[in-house]
Ligand binder design. Structure first.
Ligand SMILES: Nc1nc2c(ncn2[C@@H]2O[C@H](COP(=O)(O)OP(=O)(O)OP(=O)(O)O)[C@@H](O)[C@H]2O)c(=O)[nH]1
Ligand SMILES: [Mg+2]
Length: 385
């Protein structure tokens, strides 16, 4: 019979907990889900492919499939792969979402993404309530990469709105797309501005925990935290640099933008955070913070056995609906005012044209009179001959 380990001299072993969790996960293998979100054409799919074509290759059991959501508003692609590193198995799932449009007032285009995250929590919670709790299907998102357009200005209102909603539901990791389209200086200022907006707007983003007792990981976490939002260059193409190296990158007249060069972008930092250093932390914060928040929120708003409340019966959505209605009314009012102004302008313009017409008319009249006079004079002249 196995003996219990001897009691530790300084406490009951709680200090060992993170380590234990690590062992449990290592034994069963981690199940890690990443989702990419953002406007259309920012390189989400390219980044996913870049991840799989660099370090993760060749993943085992690599497969892709389309996952049609019930509401059919969003077609999501799910890519699954099994990774193995030093006998540490990971089931990696990447959820690639189609980009939403680049226009304002299109709530519908991104709402399905927020719903998707909630639905995964919901599905997991239901399975937890079943007597058979083994082999649960779990698509809870552990890390959500939010793609920011490399405008060089700042975050757009739409970005702020979506990021706010995502940040309270998942570990949100903002990334600057297509970093090769900005100069190093512009990238630096852009990053700082984004960080300021994130701070001022109270957007919650994932923060790698800084372990005070472990200098190496603390330093690493600090470097990662300072690099947020990570700048990204995506490419699955092999290109040759000026000094003859073959790398994944994008070729330009001025040279090559290299995916894995830390002077060019933060791709390596992002990959390291996801796959190596912070996967466990992302998984456990999802469990302990985001899923717990969802579960508690739901428990408070429904009776036992009752299913998910319909959206507009939920106070949160009621408020949202109210807000939407207010905004709509404001817009209608503004539109009406604009119309009235336009109408006023039209009337003025009509009056002005009428006056012009009158003037032209009287000018014609006087010209005609002059012509008559001339003709009369001419007639008299001929009579004299
Ligand atoms: N310059 C530059 N172009 C990129 C980068 N990543 C992707 N692209 C290009 O941007 C275009 C769109 O890339 P996708 O990966 O399809 O973008 P997406 O975000 O998946 O777009 P949707 O699926 O429509 O939402 C393609 O032509 C890519 O080659 C990058 O890092 N830099
Ligand atoms: Mg895509």
């Amino acid at each position: 019979m196995a003996n219990l380990p001897p009691p530790m001299s300084n406490g009951i072993g709680i200090a060992n907990l993170p380590n234990q969790r690590h062992k449990i996960v290592a034994k069963h293998g981690a199940h890690f889900t990443v989702m990419v979100v953002g406007e259309s054409g920012l390189g989400k799919t390219t980044l996913v492919n870049t991840l799989f074509s660099t370090e993760l290759s060749p993943p085992k059991n690599y497969n892709r499939r389309h996952h049609k959501q019930l509401d059919k508003l969003t077609e999501v692609e799910i890519i699954k792969a099994e990774l193995e590193e030093k006998q540490f198995k990971t089931k990696l799932t990447v959820i690639d979402t189609p980009g939403f449009g680049d226009y304002v007032n299109n709530r519908d285009s991104w709402a399905p993404i927020v719903d998707f995250i909630d639905d995964q929590h919901e599905a997991y919670m239901r399975q937890e309530q079943q007597p058979q709790r083994k082999d649960k299907i779990d698509l809870r998102v552990h890390a959500c990469l939010y793609f920011i357009r490399p405008t060089g200005h700042t975050l757009k209102p739409l970005d702020i709105e979506i990021m706010k909603r995502l940040g309270t539901r998942v570990n949100l990791i903002p990334v600057i797309a297509k970093a090769d389209t900005l100069t190093q200086n512009d990238l630096f200022t852009f990053k700082q501005r984004i960080r300021e907006v994130i701070h001022v707007q109270g957007i919650r983003i994932y923060q790698p925990p800084i372990e005070p007792d472990d200098e190496v990981t603390a330093e690493h976490a600090r470097i990662l935290a300072e690099a947020m939002p990570f700048s990204i260059i995506g490419s699955t193409e092999d290109v040759t640099t000026a000094d003859g190296r073959v790398v994944k990158g994008r070729e330009y007249l001025w040279g090559v933008a290299e995916v894995e060069n830390e002077n060019h972008c933060d791709f390596r930092k992002l990959r390291s955070l996801l796959i190596r250093t912070h996967m466990l932390d992302l998984i456990s914060t999802t469990e302990e913070l985001h899923y717990e928040n969802y579960r508690q929120g739901q428990m408070e708003s429904r009776k036992p056995g009752e299913s998910k409340p319909r959206k507009f019966e939920n106070p949160k959505f009621k408020e949202e609906e109210e807000q939407l209605r207010r905004r709509f009314t404001e817009q209608v009012k503004a539109e009406e005012a604009r119309f009235r102004q336009w109408e006023q302008h039209l009337i003025q313009e009509r009056d002005r044209l009428n006056k012009d017409l009158e003037l032209a008319h009287s000018a014609i009249k006087s010209l005609e009179a002059e012509l008559d006079n001339l003709q009369a004079g001419y007639g008299r002249g001929t009579n004299r001959r």
